[in-house]
Design a protein around this ligand. Structure first.
Ligand SMILES: [Fe+2]
Length: 415
């Protein structure tokens, strides 16, 4: 086991060294009404004529969307609209978007939507550069390797960080399998962070996505071999989320708080592109895909369990986060501050009704030993050795943790 862990660490160290040296060509524009600046941004890049606007079937019907496209028209930019993306970025939809881009001779892609819409734009843009290749064949690491069209990402939720990340999760329409296109060349050129776009987000969605961003920032922050710039991004993201998430959930914060949440989500995304995520995401992916549970809901429930499992090896970092958020007394010991940070996350999950919805969703499931074993296996395959987590989890430990999560038991670690 010691030898295995040592190999993991060498692998992670090499991988992270490569990731830290990557230069991202991504610029964020954060302002209320920033969406109307897009024609100007495009013109500065020498882009005119047709642009492909990828969005969701609900957004396309809104008055705000019509206003955006009419402003584009006034500025001499013609929008070719594709609204065939679903909750999951299926390769069938991506193929259609790619064909439309080529047929209408588009010069850029504007993605207006949540993570799946932005991922669709990344995958379609990658596909445009390799028109003879099936989209699913682009899945894997650095398979695109060509300059893609300019993407302007306009997130309508504050959480996924897709507007700044270098990957796109796609679902193969033929095999039904989820795959990842991971390539530093698919990062959107611009992230337009406009609180006008999140104004009609239901409060439960604001809570799910905000907790997802909090998880990205926290996991990136506690991981090993982190870079200073990513740590700074994560710290700022955590501070912004803790100060604004409740107000946004309650609908009392207005556009200022929603803008701060968008900025936090962006920074958390930028932090995890460099420092990766960890067991929270791996376990949440396993539980989420087995029981069809929303990603933000799953990570919000799993986060405090995994942080408590790491124990004292992350006390210093969690204490620092607690200090940054101003939720713990200055003179308390680190272990106490770390506990306060974990308890604060649990409290948020309860306040937003996430715990209740999660256990409600699991209520009718007959979770047996075999399911837990399978989920643990998936989580360990996803994480070991790819995520530079602060402490390596064995398969048995993972099974026990998933058992406790599914039973809602915060009892002391005992294996
Ligand atoms: Fe996430």
């Amino acid at each position: 086991m010691i030898f295995k862990n040592c190999c993991y660490r060498i692998y992670q160290c090499v991988l992270l060294n490569v990731m830290h040296t990557i230069k991202y060509n991504n610029k964020a524009v954060s302002k209320k009404g920033a969406v109307y600046y897009i024609p100007g941004l495009l013109k500065k890049q020498g882009i005119t004529g047709n642009v492909l606007v990828i969005t969701g079937p609900h957004i396309v019907k809104t008055a705000l969307f019509h206003k955006i496209t009419s402003v584009f028209k006034e500025e001499g930019i013609s929008c070719v609209i594709f609204s065939g993306t679903g909750a999951e970025t299926e390769t069938g939809g991506i193929e259609k978007a790619r064909k439309l881009y080529i047929a209408k001779k588009c010069n850029a892609i504007i993605a207006i939507g949540g993570g799946s819409v932005i991922d669709c734009a990344k995958a379609a843009a990658a596909g445009v550069t390799r028109p003879g290749k099936r989209i699913s064949r682009l899945a894997g690491y650095q398979k695109v390797r060509r300059k893609i069209p300019v993407i302007v990402a306009v997130p309508t939720t504050a959480g996924t960080g897709a507007e700044v990340t270098a990957c796109a999760v796609i679902k193969d329409t033929v095999t039904n399998n989820k795959k990842i296109i991971a390539d530093t060349g698919i990062v959107p050129r611009f992230a337009v962070l406009d609180p006008l776009m999140t104004g009609s987000l239901p409060s439960y969605m604001a809570a799910y996505s905000g907790m997802d961003a909090l998880t990205h920032a926290t996991e990136a922050y506690i991981n090993k071999y982190s870079s200073k710039s990513a740590e700074k991004d994560a710290e700022t993201a955590v501070r912004l989320i803790m100060a604004n998430i409740t107000k946004v959930y309650c609908g009392t914060g207005g556009s200022i708080c929603r803008k701060k949440m968008l900025e936090a989500s962006y920074l958390a995304g930028r932090a995890f592109v460099r420092n990766a995520v960890g067991y929270v995401h791996a376990i949440a992916h396993a539980i989420g895909s087995r029981y069809n549970i929303a990603h933000g809901m799953a990570v919000a429930v799993v986060l405090p369990y995994v942080l408590a499992w790491y124990g004292k090896c992350i006390n210093k970092k969690l204490a620092r986060l607690a200090d940054i958020c101003g939720i713990a007394g200055k003179n308390l010991p680190e272990s106490q501050k770390a506990k306060i940070y974990i308890n604060y996350i649990k409290m948020l999950g309860k306040k937003f009704g996430i715990d209740k919805s999660f256990y409600q969703a699991l209520k009718d499931e007959n979770i047996n030993k075999k399911d837990i074993k399978n989920m643990a296996k998936c989580a360990i395959i996803e994480s070991n050795p790819h995520y530079p987590v602060p402490k390596i989890m064995s398969l048995k430990e993972c099974e026990y943790l998933i058992y406790r999560i599914c039973n809602g038991s915060y009892m002391v670690n005992k294996l």
